[in-house]
Design a protein around this ligand. Structure first.
Ligand code: AP5
Length: 200
């Protein structure tokens, strides 16, 4: 890719989307050209068109094979869409997950086919205190995130997500960066992320 690719991961409710919208504002102020694409949006559009589901929290309940197919198409569509307007030196930020908790087991969000399409320069893991993540999940009434097993479930998922992100970084030959999204301080997390990517 002529542009730089940063894959941003984190367990549901950690605040990825919040941090990334602040990152967009900060990048604009600094004159950096950056595009944020949400992996789940691409999977959802396709799944809704096929009449499989109605909302994003149903994606992880689709069959394993359906999720793999939607995942593969999403990765190539993201690169195609980014390629139509990003130039050398611009940034593509992909809002996604290193691991997805499904009823059948953990599904890697960044397996080799996805890594080969996205070719990330950096994989970011956004983390926070598990207790704060559970509180954020409960406060956010727009989403269904009550199937992650409370504080202990979130802690376990964070461990697996970190290992999965590292495995994908090894495969991609990319950097791995961990950023903490502290309570009430999403703007600081966005600032740290901007500093990290601007040095790439
Ligand atoms: P996705 O859309 O990414 O869903 P998600 O994990 O729920 O992530 P969100 O982006 O909605 O949550 P978030 O962590 O960004 O939190 P938010 O900023 O909203 O993915 C949808 C689905 O797509 C997945 O479940 C999966 O099935 C599928 N998918 C995606 N990628 C895939 C892949 N690679 N392979 C296979 N499947 C894939 O914040 C949450 C709340 O916290 C908000 O109310 C916010 O205001 C608050 N908050 C945020 N930061 C702070 C802070 N610092 N202090 C206090 N409150 C805060």
């Amino acid at each position: 890719n002529p542009f730089k690719v940063i894959v941003v991961t984190g367990v549901p409710g950690v605040g990825k989307t919040t941090v990334l919208s602040l990152l967009q504002e900060k990048a604009k102020e600094r004159g950096l050209r950056l595009r944020v694409l949400n992996f789940g949006d691409f999977m959802l559009d396709n799944a809704v068109r096929k009449g499989l589901i109605k909302n994003r929290d149903q994606i992880r309940y689709l069959s394993f094979r359906e999720q793999l197919e939607l995942q593969d198409i999403a990765a190539s569509s993201i690169i195609e869409e980014a390629g139509s307007d990003l130039k050398e030196g611009d940034y593509l930020i992909v809002d996604t997950h290193a691991i997805i908790k499904t009823p059948l087991g953990y599904l890697p969000g960044l397996p080799s086919n996805v890594i080969n399409s996205l070719r990330p320069d950096m994989i970011v893991v956004i983390e926070a205190d598990p207790k704060e993540i559970v509180a954020r999940q409960q406060r956010d009434a727009t989403r269904y995130r009550s199937d992650f097993g409370g504080e202990e479930g979130v802690r376990q998922l964070m461990d697996i997500a970190r290992s999965a992100a590292m495995a994908s970084a090894v495969q991609a030959g990319s950097l791995l960066t961990i950023i903490i999204n502290r309570e009430g301080r999403a703007s600081e997390a966005a600032e740290q992320l901007l500093n990290a990517i601007s040095k790439l």
